[in-house]
Design a protein around this ligand. Sequence first.
Ligand code: SER
Length: 342
Amino acid sequence: MDPRTRKPVVLITGANGELGHGLIKQMSESGRNGILALDLNPISPEIEQHCRDTFQGDILDRALMERIVSQYEVHEIYHLAALLSTRAEFTPETAHKVNVDGTMGLLQLAIEQSSWRGEPVRFLFPSSIAVYGMRDLESKNSMGPVKEHEWTSPTTMYGCNKLYCENLGRYYARFYRQLAATEDSRSVDFRSIRFPGLISADTLPSGGTSDYGPEMLHAAAQGNPYACFVRPDTIIPFMAMPDAVDALLDLAGADVEDLSRTVYNITSFSLTAEEFREQVVAHFPGADISFGPDLRRQGIVDTWPAYVDDSAARSEWGFSPKYDLERAFRDYLVPSIRRRYE
Ligand code: SER
């Protein structure tokens, strides 16, 4: 088929998720057209209005993916669809299919599209602090900020999947068919960010293990009691959703020559679950937040680092979050959440 007959789009999988919501709104506000949204669940009307077209379906459905490439010329992919860390532990094999086979399928689609276009399709992939696996609490508490190559022995299916897909992406970007007799010019411009726990005012997370933070806040804003599933001293890095979205877009827009790697840590602020509770109570004084640790989910968070080193992201593509802890609560989370539940 003549590629000129297809509509140019940026494909966003997992569009209905937390990151998808933030990303699509932000892209559309900055005048970006041609968003093609795909999600397993019906696309919410809130984001549908910002999209050129939407599809409800499974990234593993080959017929659907073929239909998409027959109709659209995919210039860029934000592959956000995944089963998060808690949910993946209940159905590890399914998680592997979605998280790994799904990503592999999209990388193949990207390679195919790259050859149609004659230049690499840009592929943005959200990875996670879940790729880390600190040996024990003592190492976690005594380590400074963890660099991208350190402690990468994840203990969850989700963490294993993300780490492997980071590597798959690097392979497709740099080593695809490296033994071919003639040089194969096809490749994918793969770029990945390891996100900390994300906190959104507009959506609630589901199926993750960093969810206790946002759940605490959303419960308090609605006047509901909340029992936090980790110990008060549990510490991991977090970030406000607008900074996460900006980071994805900034990395996507970075000059390829400035990027020395395909995977970057980013972080805004690290705090304990107790400090999270204190922030929430400071803004919602009546909040009823208790601690009832679930030892198994606790075990997962205990393997995630307290701090990550994001100096490569800062120096290579200018990552610089707008929201520190105080600003995140005062200027973004609390006002937006109040409006949401008013
Ligand atoms: N927030 C995710 C989770 O908890 C980690 O990327 O699974």
